[in-house]
Write a protein that binds this ligand. Structure first.
Ligand code: 13P
Ligand code: SF4
Length: 335
């Protein structure tokens, strides 16, 4: 099916879209807005026509995050809100594992991901067979699985977690040891926060593993009074050199409530843009590490997905019930 053409950027359309531009004008140059505005208009119209909702991760670009998303957040918030959704169609502006989680929680609904190739290096790092091997090596030890995994891996797990609730989930099991997969650095961070022994896997996020402790030391020399806040997917030397560690939502909350004079958010680049659009009294120092998977999602592809109701996320029935159980156990423990 061909996607119909967009409306022209007429003075009428410019006026109708002006409130949206107000939300992003500090982070999107005005020369770019005429390219985004027709998509913003059409996507918002199609959402009503399709009874669709757009869930966008905090790493989506500002024109998606601030102009077409209905719900924004970290992986946990997106899973929680997907579970509550009353829309017929869910568009996940994020990566594939997030769309799979939304589908697990809404098996009867149409769940779309605008680009099926939006993957994740952590999800790629482990298979269901690897989890079965781990269980053989550590009999009786429960498996806690970061949501950044495939449904096949979730199906082999006892419970899921996100970066926002990992410590709470590990401690909720009441055991002395847990297998924690697949992010080695998140596992090591959790181990510093609990007495439970953590058995890690060697998966890494290709975005966060690039930050270094030396880099932070240089930024602190160059920017007086800098506050450094980091995502727990960063390596241990980076986390120990940071002032705060938390999920993407917890990092945003830190900036919005504490209003540091200068902040360095050690995570994907778009997040600083999204917060800067709302917070004008904070200076953001921005080393830019892009997630190539998140960046596959664009307004153009969201528009095409809503128009064609594809690509759809489907999950093998042989794994979906067990994977859903691992996600639902996490949601029952909460944030
Ligand atoms: P959050 O759950 O903290 O949003 O993290 C998801 C992610 O992919 C980080 O790279
Ligand atoms: Fe995966 Fe890292 Fe991209 Fe998050 S930032 S989706 S963990 S590759």
């Amino acid at each position: 099916m061909t996607v119909p053409s967009l409306p022209d950027y007429t003075p009428e359309l410019a006026a109708a879209m002006a409130p949206f531009y107000q939300r992003v004008k500090t982070v999107i140059p005005d020369i770019e807005w005429p390219f985004h505005a027709p998509y913003v208009a059409e996507i918002n119209r199609l959402k009503r026509e399709r009874n669709a909702v757009i869930l966008a991760h905090n790493y989506q670009t500002p024109e998606i995050f601030h102009c077409v998303a209905d719900i924004v957040g970290d992986s946990l918030a997106l899973a929680q809100r997907a579970a509550e959704s009353e829309a017929d169609v869910i568009v996940l502006a994020g990566v594939h594992f997030m769309a799979e989680t939304a589908k697990l929680l809404n098996p009867e609904k149409t769940v779309l991901i605008p680009d099926l190739r939006a993957g994740c290096s952590l999800a790629e790092s482990i298979t269901g067979a690897d989890v079965r091997d781990l269980r053989e090596r550590y009999p009786g030890v429960p498996v806690v699985t970061y949501v950044n995994t495939s449904a096949e891996v979730k199906a082999e797990s006892d419970i899921c977690c996100t970066s926002g609730n990992a410590v709470k989930i590990v401690e909720s099991l009441g055991t002395d040891r847990v297998i924690f997969i697949p992010d080695e650095y998140l596992a090591k961070y959790v181990a510093t926060q609990t007495d439970v022994e953590i058995i890690p896997w060697q998966g890494h996020c290709e975005v966060h593993e690039r930050f270094t402790g030396d880099e932070i030391a240089h930024y602190r020399e160059d920017y007086r009074g800098l506050e450094v806040i980091a995502h727990p997917e960063c390596p241990p030397d980076v986390l120990s050199a940071s002032d705060f560690v938390g999920s993407t939502a917890q990092m945003i909350d830190y900036v919005k409530t504490r209003r540091p004079e200068r902040v360095l958010m050690l995570t994907e680049c778009s997040m600083s843009d999204n917060v800067a659009a709302e917070v004008s009294d904070v200076e953001f120092v921005r080393p830019c590490n892009l997630c190539p998977h998140m960046k596959r999602i664009t307004l153009e592809k969201i528009h095409a997905a809503l128009e064609t109701l594809s690509p759809r996320v489907e999950i093998d029935p042989a794994v979906s019930a067990r994977a859903r159980q691992a996600v639902e156990r996490m949601l029952a423990v909460g944030r």
